[in-house]
Design a protein around this ligand. Sequence first.
Ligand code: AGP
Length: 616
Amino acid sequence: MCGIVGFVGKKAAAPILLDGLSKLEYRGYDSAGLAVRDDNNNIEVVKAKGRLKVLFEKTNGGESLPGCVGIGHTRWATHGEPSETNAHPHVSGNSVDDSDVIGVHNGIIENYQELREKLIRHKYTFYSQTDTEIAVKLVDYYLKKYNVGPIDAIAKAMVRIRGSYALALMFKDYPGEIFVARKESPMIIGVEGGETYIASDVPAILKYCRSVYYIDNLEMARIKAGNVEFYNLDGDIVEKEVTEIEWDVEAAEKNGYEHFTMKEIHEQPKAVRDTLNSLVKDGRIDLSGIGLTKDVVNSFSQIQIVACGSAWHVGMAAQYVFEDLARIPVRVELASEFRYRRPILNPDTLVIVISQSGETADTLAALREAKSRGIKTLAIVNVVGSSIAREADFVLYTLAGPEIAVATTKAYSAQLIATYVLAIEFARVAGRLTEDGAKELIDDIYTIPDKIEKILDDKDRIQWFASKYSNAKDVFFVGRGIDYAISLEASLKLKELSYIHSEAYAAGELKHGSISLVEDGTLVIGLLTQDELFEKTVSNMVECKARGAYLMGLTSYGHYEVEDNVDFTVYIPKVNPHFQASLAVVPLQLFAYYITVAKGYDVDKPRNLAKSVTVE
Ligand code: AGP
């Protein structure tokens, strides 16, 4: 949940590091810092609390830090409050001048207390509250205790550390070099034009480099200008294949939109179309490319979907689609619950993990829990080469492109499409859908991008309605079946972007307690896309209206009778009811976005959040 960058080359390092950090701010943004080594081998460290622009101004865009070797960090605080002292880089002494090791870290050192006590016994003192300072000092301790080089010292520290880390370290006696180590937290290393780049994620170096290496767990690397050597924990050289990044730079930029969030809401038609096209050939589903042959699909008798946040909401919607079309039992679990509950998994279960980043710690742990029991795993992920992608038995990539805004939109929509296609294939293979029946559903899914475009064309009306609710204190989203799953996602969008409290409720559940929260003027938004549940949900909404609620109904064109009961209606195009989440979510993403912009909040980087939760 922090962003790391590094550079060794011929150009000035600081501007490149700052530019890279600006592409990683979505990973954390409460403080930032740089350490740059000049040609006289002096290392200077500059840190700043607040957004990256504070550091940018403090270093005059990096010009005040000459040198061609450096590391940088943007922080999402885990240990120690956001402050300049706690900002990275951290040093092995009390300041950079009396230090032999300087480093940045993404992750959590779980046994930091015991390590801190150990180092105190060896006369180390600490200036910060961070676990990172402990890790840097631990490397320094082994460097001196065993009088070894950086790789050996780091390896000894790695054996001792429990937790997760991506570390980038500079050593006073090793000019022109950076050393990195990784366990769980993501890190890539790019080599191009005689220069070498380090980053937590692709967008940070895409402008400079497309040839990247993925460092694996418990591996280290020694980085020089235009060269990288990988080592395992025994200090043996590890050979690695280079990967060419296909993304285009524009895809990682705003392209004229005011915010990444709005850009990515508008990229949903393309994300849906591209994901669908990757799974359907000549109108027929073809999953052979990911290994889900007919026999493999037939070998599963139940499905367990495991994810976090919005990805879990995708699972909640997918459950209805899978069970209705394929008549296969589907259970949906929060990854943070699944991994600790000693789940009961029959051998013929397929565990599907869904993750945009492919780095979410709880989801990765859940994947490993399933694999440790010999259960087959399928990952639906958006980031190529991510940890979850590399560890699952089967990988289905969503083609949403880089999603920069912290609140997911296009990746969520692409994930929905992936689950629809899987459900149709499972139903077809099980004989519950004929070839023609499957094709008919696929053809209907192909109408979704244009229908999303139609919704986006009408966004001004949503903006008008949202402006009336920027001061709301509580908002309820209610629905039944798939409409309940949509409510979950709509409520999270509103909460995480606008900081307005919201509840998503199964409409039939309201009267069992929470309806007591409804007061005069409470906004209740009813999802009404499932025809056979329409009347039931309207009744639940009217119960709220009787207690003072203001009702907004979201339903398909044609259901005009809804206006007899609600105060404001949003209509969306019709699609097969199994797929309505893909359309209904769009106005509600816009609703959350416009309220947030009206409140003047940073819609792309909401407070307290980070794009990828790579810690527990
Ligand atoms: C989505 O808007 C949230 N930012 C968050 O809930 C996210 O969906 C969750 O952290 C899972 O992330 P992942 O898809 O990268 O695993």
